[in-house]
Design a protein around this ligand. Sequence first.
Ligand SMILES: Cc1cc2nc3c(=O)[nH]c(=O)nc-3n(C[C@H](O)[C@H](O)[C@H](O)COP(=O)(O)OP(=O)(O)OC[C@H]3O[C@@H](n4cnc5c(N)ncnc54)[C@H](O)[C@@H]3O)c2cc1C
Length: 260
Amino acid sequence: MGQSQWDYDKLKDCFTRSEKSLNRDEDHRGKDRPWLNGTLSDYASRVLRPMTRTAEHHAHNVPSISLAAFDIATDQHMRRSSLFSVYLPSDLLRSRPNLNISANTIATRIVFDAGTQKLRVNGARRKVVLCCGALATPQPPMLSGIGPEDHLKKHGVKTVVHSFGVGSNLRSLFSSPFVHTVIFLPTCLLSSVGTIMPYGASDLDISKPENVPDIQIKLIPVSGIDGPSEVTSGVCTFMVCLLRPKSVGSVRLARADSCE
Ligand SMILES: Cc1cc2nc3c(=O)[nH]c(=O)nc-3n(C[C@H](O)[C@H](O)[C@H](O)COP(=O)(O)OP(=O)(O)OC[C@H]3O[C@@H](n4cnc5c(N)ncnc54)[C@H](O)[C@@H]3O)c2cc1C
């Protein structure tokens, strides 16, 4: 993402301190934390086994053209292991007097400490993390005067920090499911042992900008629309995701009102 504070090495520790991988014993995976990540059900594992073997073959160096198996956040019984269920169970809430939860509450403004030289959020000793989702997160800062100055002025909001980046440069990794009844045939994309056939070694070098993948296809051996009820009908989903979208958008205030 271009932010050094959010690079792989910094986030890796947060990730391993959060999760327990049910199926993988790898250095970069968590071993004993509450958030569970597993694989698809037995049925899906059987269908995917030849593909996951190929994925393991490629996964160690993640070249620009590759197959990789992905996990899903479920427990042993295929129930969702959401961050909400894992980190906010009622016994934990009772044991954390410094954690306040306000249900059915909309955050409208960030209140700053008046009179301090450095801009500080009122009551915060260190950092404040705003996580209202990709589209809604820019709203409270803009209503509080952090955002593009011209835009804030238009809505009568006094600028505290001019920052054009708030609400800007948003990209959508568009993803669309194609659900088909399929029969797989070998093609020249895969060799006889299931490895992907590149044009040449340099095609696999991910450090070259021209090799950054344009597309990701997630193969799901069930219907990605109707759920796993169709497991016997040979239905397969190709979830196609554009990895380098050209369209860039922004979100701005419609009114200086927290509900718009
Ligand atoms: C259809 C769909 C399928 C997906 N499937 C997967 C998947 O299989 N695996 C995966 O890893 N990811 C998946 N994702 C992506 C994943 O859901 C998001 O990346 C993730 O939820 C983002 O988390 P977040 O906490 O940043 O934001 P969110 O989950 O969007 O949470 C933001 C919260 O803030 C609240 N909020 C907003 N404004 C305010 C305000 N002013 N005051 C108070 N509260 C506010 C919102 O109501 C919301 O509850 C999927 C997303 C979609 C839409």
